[in-house]
Design a protein around this ligand. Structure first.
Ligand code: SAH
Length: 488
């Protein structure tokens, strides 16, 4: 069983600091049924690779009755894939060998664990149902995924492929601890043999190691089920995962994560939504008016460019979706939000269940996070991102930028965010406070324009930034809109 991790970050030998393992030495740790060895096949200033090799003692495994279950033929206890394929033993070895790195600490270079590096990981032999499964598990986490299928026996091609793949993951801006944590959780998910015992401790491990990414993963339910194996733990754990999501986003609850399809034709916008309520500094009616204006302006721009396929990212309860459905030129709308509860609300407000089938086919509502690469977002003419970025941690905007502008690349992006300078007009708000309790930042016009033009420059877009809402001579407009157009 071999895992290698490489970086071209400079100096690449920083990898040794991060892993707390000196590149010049071979180091070994004992694990339950064998040993894990760490060594560096290459360690130069421009490229460094660390290898984790597991040496599993199958005889010790049999003696402990932890080998593959007694099904199959008698020799299977002794002759099996455990020493060669990545399994839950890899996870055990990861925490044993790289515990400090996984916890994000580095005594000598405290800034390193938070540094995003170009990283590449290769798992030599990983069992999977098919290559698609590997793409589904790792791509939403931002990795470029490459798989090589291995034949059952290279000398007998007629036998076809085995269930083992070499998996290569590439990420241009990844914290090492995230890579280790993703492997720690996802490798056992792929491992079909029930050779490890699942108890309450496994629930805690999953929640701990998955805290920062699992709640937003589109396959989190599958991952939880496969990781925990036993139904009695699965549902309570899913509930707790969703509670974690609630803390991380606007408001999320419920269980399950259906990908719903929705639409409603000609119900009028009622304005009965709860904008301007709790956690909000703007007076309700003013905020409502501003929001309607914002949405009308975006809908109008989408109509003007004649977009046929439109994304509404962070669609919330579907107010923009409702306006877009009234535009006959639009063939398909994909509304995405990280919050399950918002999506359920959108379905209700749009009266999805009562919709005529042809209308329904024009709309898909999906749960997903804008911080993770999502192939479903590719191939659209326009994307609206209305009052969403300020809900993302500023440090994660890099991920958002890559997901939208580098990977999805819609023809036009209409993105709005509050104008921080305008906040002094809100009586309830003291200096330095944000308009909404979930806002992670609010930008002045200068800050927004600087970000927008840097993003446009990096990804081949042209951008213009416009004030949104009634302008005040001193502090400008309450909101601001950036219109990005893909060049070429
Ligand atoms: N665009 C809507 C909702 C804005 S509120 C409107 O203008 O009415 C912000 C929305 O962003 C919320 O629905 C929230 O759930 C969603 N959101 C927050 N973080 C997100 C993420 N990482 N990915 C996708 N949506 C997210």
């Amino acid at each position: 069983m071999l895992l290698t991790i490489s970086t071209t970050h400079q100096p690449a030998t920083d990898l040794g600091y991060l892993l707390h393992k000196n590149p010049a030495r071979l180091q070994s740790v004992d694990i339950a049924y064998g040993q894990a060895h760490v060594f560096y096949p290459e360690a130069t200033l421009t490229r460094c690779t660390a290898a984790l090799l597991l040496d599993i003692d199958t005889v010790a495994l049999v003696r402990s009755h932890r080998g593959p279950a007694g099904e199959g033929f008698a020799l299977e206890q002794y002759v099996n894939d455990r020493p060669y394929a990545a399994s839950s033993f890899l996870s055990t070895a990861l925490v044993k060998a790289f515990n400090t790195a996984m916890n994000g600490t580095c005594k000598d270079r405290p800034e390193l664990p938070d540094t995003r590096l170009p990283l590449e990981a290769t798992v030599a032999a990983l069992p999977a149902a098919n290559a698609e499964q590997l793409h589904r598990l790792f791509e939403p986490l931002g990795y470029e995924v490459e798989t090589d299928a291995h034949p059952l026996d290279p000398t007998v091609p007629a036998w076809g492929e085995s269930r083992y793949y070499t998996l290569r993951l590439r990420h241009s801006t990844c914290r090492l601890r995230d890579l280790l944590t993703h492997l720690y959780v996802l490798v056992p998910v792929l491992d079909n043999d029930k050779h490890y015992w699942i108890g309450p401790a496994e629930v805690e491990k999953l929640l701990h190691r998955g805290a920062e990414w699992l709640p937003q993963h589109p396959d989190r339910e599958f991952i939880t089920r496969r990781y925990l194996r036993f139904a009695e733990y699965v549902n309570p754990t899913l509930k707790r995962l969703l509670t974690a999501e609630e803390a991380a986003t606007d408001d999320v609850s419920g269980t399950g994560l259906p990908v719903a399809q929705t639409v409603i034709p000609d119900e009028k916008v009622t304005g009965t939504t709860q904008v301007g309520s709790e956690g909000n500094a703007e007076p309700a009616t003013e905020k409502q008016k501003l929001h309607d204006l914002r949405l009308a302006r975006i809908a109008e721009q989408i109509r003007r460019v004649g977009a046929k396929r439109v994304l509404d990212l962070g669609c919330g309860e579907g107010k923009l979706v409702r306006l877009l459905l009234q535009q006959p030129q639009i063939e398909h709308i994909l509304g995405m939000d990280v919050s399950y509860q918002e999506l359920v609300r959108a379905q209700e407000r749009l009266h999805f269940a009562e919709m005529p089938p042809r209308q329904r086919e024009r709309l898909t509502l999906v749960q997903g996070s804008l911080l993770y690469h999502d192939p479903r977002l590719a191939g659209y003419d326009a994307a609206a991102v209305v009052e969403v970025i300020e809900h993302l941690d500023e440090s994660r905007l890099v991920a958002f930028e890559l997901v939208l502008f580098a990977r999805a690349r819609p023809g036009i992006v209409l993105l709005t965010t509050p104008n921080a300078t305008y906040n002094q007009k809100f009586e309830k708000l003291s200096a330095g406070q944000f308009r909404h309790s979930d806002h992670r930042f609010e930008w002045t016009e200068t800050q927004f324009a600087a970000w927008a033009s840097a993003v446009a420059e990096r990804h081949g877009y042209r951008v213009r930034v416009e004030p949104l809402g009634p302008e005040d001579a001193q502090v400008g407009a309450p909101s601001q809109l950036a219109v990005f157009e893909r060049v070429g």
